[in-house]
Ligand binder design. Structure first.
Ligand code: ADP
Ligand code: TYD
Length: 196
């Protein structure tokens, strides 16, 4: 089973993933968590390139680097885990590329991004995608403590487009479960558990 978490930076993904992993392990499941970009050695190196605020990266290059990191993670880790019956939880997957590079950067027509996503993920489709919906100002408040990475320096208009992208995807695709990210941590966790 493949479960993904999506939403803008600071929406609470890592917090909920930690709680869901514990919940599933308590039920005797074997669980693996990976973050994107990252999760495999090569993919972590690409992550460093992508998030370093000193790097100037063109929009197409950025799209290809996120996709390259994903292709490595999927082939090296996710496919073998799924074959072993492990529950795989991902902190972001290709919906992030559609939202950030597709809607946010508007770098290429969406159709081309969708085709690239399919290639990079070897055709895998998540069984469930939890979308933590959170207004931008609340996400910014939660992020105020930590240093900005290269993506987070893109500005509010960029993030508004990213949010619009998520809303459209969540409306169109039944695998998306929309959660109110402004609710208390425990209420969100309970809602997530009800879907499993
Ligand atoms: P993400 O992984 O999506 O960037 P995090 O889980 O790291 O988000 O959460 C960002 C910050 O917001 C953390 O300080 C976390 O403790 C806090 N946080 C997470 N969920 C909630 C929530 N439901 N209500 C209030 N604060 C939250
Ligand atoms: P990260 O610190 O993992 O995100 P978060 O703050 O949500 O925990 O940083 C990943 C950044 O990369 C985040 O800004 C989203 C962005 N991203 C893309 O632009 N495209 C992608 O395909 C992925 C996977 C992430």
């Amino acid at each position: 089973m493949l479960i993904t978490f999506e939403g803008i930076d600071g929406c609470g993904k890592s917090t909920q993933i930690y709680l869901l992993k514990q919940y599933l392990e308590d039920k005797g499941k074997h669980v693996q968590v990976y973050r994107e970009p990252g999760g495999a050695r090569i993919a972590e190196e690409i992550r460093t390139l992508l998030l370093d605020s000193k790097n100037e990266i063109s929009a197409v290059s950025e799209l290809l680097l996120f996709s390259a990191a994903r292709a490595q993670l999927v082939q090296e880790k996710i496919i073998p885990d799924l074959d072993n019956g492990t529950v795989v939880i991902l902190d972001r997957f290709y919906d992030s590329t559609t939202a950030y590079q597709g809607y946010g950067r508007s770098v290429l027509p969406l159709k081309e991004i969708v085709a690239l996503n399919k290639m990079a993920s070897h055709g895998l489709i998540p069984n469930l995608t939890f979308y933590l919906r959170l207004p931008l100002h609340l996400a910014l408040q939660r992020r105020s403590e930590r240093a900005q990475d290269r993506m987070e320096m893109a500005g509010n208009e960029f993030y508004t487009r990213v949010l619009e992208g998520y809303e459209l995807m969540a409306k169109e695709q039944p695998r998306f479960i929309i959660l109110d990210g402004a609710q208390p941590i425990e209420s969100i966790a309970l809602e997530i558990q009800q879907h499993l």
